[in-house]
Design a binder for this molecule. Structure first.
Ligand SMILES: NC(=O)c1ccc[n+]([C@@H]2O[C@H](COP(=O)([O-])OP(=O)(O)OC[C@H]3O[C@@H](n4cnc5c(N)ncnc54)[C@H](O)[C@@H]3O)[C@@H](O)[C@H]2O)c1
Length: 309
């Protein structure tokens, strides 16, 4: 298949593009920043460029991962988010469905961040007694920053274009897979590696799993038609745990992973005192047949191996 990957110089693409190529797809990368997987230097906001790229390369599948995202909220004007994330997505959708286009599937990289309102973000401070159980059924979406607002708008454009044209579109609301420290790191007691390990319980996945979800979505899009999936490492928790997760999370983690304390103690690691949200990725498993390969249990096993246990 001829596949256009936007954001081809980014973190996700460095895992995704080589794998698509190894599977014998022809991949055209588009990104304003040069990189080893980028063939077209330019922006999705340039509709002529988008049209030419789709036409000239007889693109069949689009993975739209290019975006301004969370780290840029602090540095970029909101108008740039609209231009890139909203107008850019509309350009791709319109050119993908224009007369003569060969595109027959579209995968949009979205974010779980758009499901997090300021109220959820501040839940613990506001004395809310239960962690939020977050799945695709959550319909009141009040993203708290321009990143989430622009991604939610782009999701609406996807739905609108699917309804009007039937183009198969799969939206992947991925949780964290960035390698850097959290931009709220000053609020977190644990080290970077400790924090990331903890997050695999409820809000993180590996970049490799994020790329795998895109590969599966591309493959399944024609059967799926249109749908939205949360993509995150499978959580061990259930909605019944939500009260205790907010009250004292280490007890809940101990219940599911009795050895975690011992493994963590060897490194001087600790669990978060409370967990205020859980992303449930079961729908992706049920409907798309996708499950992340790495979950918290695998992280513990990896720590054991590193320690020679
Ligand atoms: N990294 C995460 O933890 C995370 C979590 C949830 C969702 N996402 C989403 O996954 C996607 C990929 O993220 P990433 O971690 O690889 O980020 P990244 O910043 O490493 O990559 C994004 C790429 O998009 C490119 N880009 C920016 N403006 C563009 C434009 N106008 N046209 C085309 N490309 C443009 C950037 O140059 C960059 O190479 C993004 O859509 C992001 O919103 C990422």
């Amino acid at each position: 298949m001829n596949i256009l990957v936007t954001g081809s110089s980014g973190w996700l693409a460095q895992d995704l593009v080589p794998r698509l190529k190894r599977a014998e797809h022809t991949v055209i990368g588009l990104d304003p920043v040069p990189g080893p997987h980028t063939d077209v230097i330019g922006t999705v906001a340039d509709r002529d460029l988008v049209r030419r790229t789709i036409r000239d390369h007889r693109i069949q599948g689009i993975v739209h991962a290019g975006a301004l995202h969370k780290p840029q909220v602090a540095t970029h004007d909101p108008a740039r988010f609209i231009e890139t994330n909203v107008q850019g997505t509309l350009n791709l959708l319109q050119e993908a469905t224009a007369e003569g286009s060969t595109v027959d599937r579209f995968v949009f990289t979205s974010t779980t961040s758009l499901m997090i309102s300021q109220e959820i973000r501040d839940a613990h401070r506001r004395g809310i007694e239960r962690a939020f159980w977050i799945d695709e059924e959550m319909t009141t979406l009040e993203p708290r920053n321009i990143y989430g607002v622009s991604k939610l708008s782009a999701e609406h454009l996807c739905r609108m274009v699917h309804d009007a044209t039937g183009l198969p579109i799969v939206i992947l609301r991925t949780s964290r897979f960035f390698p850097e420290e959290d931009d709220m790191a000053h609020e977190i007691i644990q080290s970077g590696a400790n924090t990331k390990a903890n997050e695999f319980l409820f809000r993180r996945l590996t970049v490799h799993d994020a790329a795998s979800a895109h590969i599966v979505a591309l493959d399944r899009a024609p059967q799926i038609g249109f749908d939205t999936f949360i993509i995150s490492a499978l959580t061990p928790f259930s909605p019944e745990d939500c009260e205790q997760l907010m009250e004292y999370a280490p007890l809940v983690v101990h219940h599911y992973f009795p050895r975690y304390r011992e493994i963590y103690a060897r490194r001087g690691w600790t669990m978060f005192d409370y967990i205020d949200r859980v992303y449930d990725s079961n729908k992706a498993m049920r409907r798309m047949g996708f499950v992340c390969k790495t979950d918290f249990g695998d992280i513990l096993a990896q720590l054991d191996r590193e320690d020679g246990v």
